[in-house]
Design a protein around this ligand. Sequence first.
Ligand SMILES: [Zn+2]
Length: 441
Amino acid sequence: MKHLFAFLLAGLICATASIYSQQLPSPEQRFGFRIGSDYRLLNWEEIVGYFREMDHASGRLTLVEMGLTTLNRPMVMAIISSAENLRNLEQQQAWQAQLARPYELSPQRAESLLQSTKSVLLLTMNIHSNEIAASQESVELAYELISNESPVYQRIRDEVILLMIPSLNPDGQDMITKWYQRTVGTPYEGSRMPYKYHFYADHDNNRDWFFFNLQESRLTAKTLYREWFPEIVMDQHQMGSRAARFFLPPYADPVNPNVPPLIMSQVNLVGKEIVSRMQEQGFKGLVTGTIFNAFFEGTMSKTPLWHNRIGILTEAASVRYASPVYFPRTSLRGMGPDLPDYRQQTNFLDPWPGGWWRLRDIIDYQKAAAMALLEYAAANRVRIKSNFYRMNKRAIEVHPDDHPQAYWLPRDQRDPSNVLELLKRLQIAGVQVYQPGKMIR
Ligand SMILES: [Zn+2]
């Protein structure tokens, strides 16, 4: 009887799984080609449409409409976790906020929250629209995270709440994919688009994270500093094609002295962990510690460092949108002062031998890096969260050298409207503003 029951149960689970997969086609089934195939790109409408479908079909993904972009396209974020975590999302969010701002948290209560609050990880993609691969990767990674039943994926869903923003600049994503589709097969295939991919800022949309001039940065700041307080952030980019295949932290010098050393040590650790994980899977051409430093605080992966978050930048070697490129070994070059020549060294252990390089390769590298980070976050949830909480607590303790606990801006100013604007920008970054006696929202 027991066997019969187990058999029936197994049958039931299989039936549920097959109904489930019938309801939700894989990206390849939905779009008719494997994501990352040569010459094929998904535009913004297709990407958002598929995320809506995943939201509809699965209890493991909730799609949040963050607001409208500069040119009125929908900006979206997928929240991916186990069905149980998604049912308790408000509770999880409230706990995470308490650990991020532990003003009134007793040590006992904090200890219990550290055990019960899931890892919160933000994955941002495609801020630079011509670095198109991550937007394509998003649908495939999300699909696998919600549909793969292996223990690795289950553990990630159980331990992590992943916030995935498939494009930080949907306007540009759409412009670039349409430009490419218009020019593919013509002499202009893979050429630079002759207009800006962000209406106001073009490439400098990734210098806005402390000043918040752009609508897209403001919408994302809400997730970062006021609603979700993710303790880990990964931002995926692409770089030039002729050097390493993939950059990961540790960052190049100089180190910014205002970022807690505990944050930078965790950034170093996570970067090397991802390198090691990807090396296990045979990825070649991974480089660390050159060109990209963490001194400037205006970029998506760096500003969070000042908020006690682990900020990971990845940079993959580019192709021409979805057109493959070919590099003989002799054409490959070094990369900045810490990799002067294209040869094996400590920060570049396994040089890529050259050959064809495709959009699909970039997606494989980026996905492997994201998965390694998710696995790391799942396995080290309490430790990472404890460090996050401790640093946040330290920031509001009375310093022995008596640093200010608040800044005071007198009401009586020569130009009051500028004071208000300053306060508004600080609030976007999560700074709390009070009038004597009450907080201003
Ligand atoms: Zn970039």
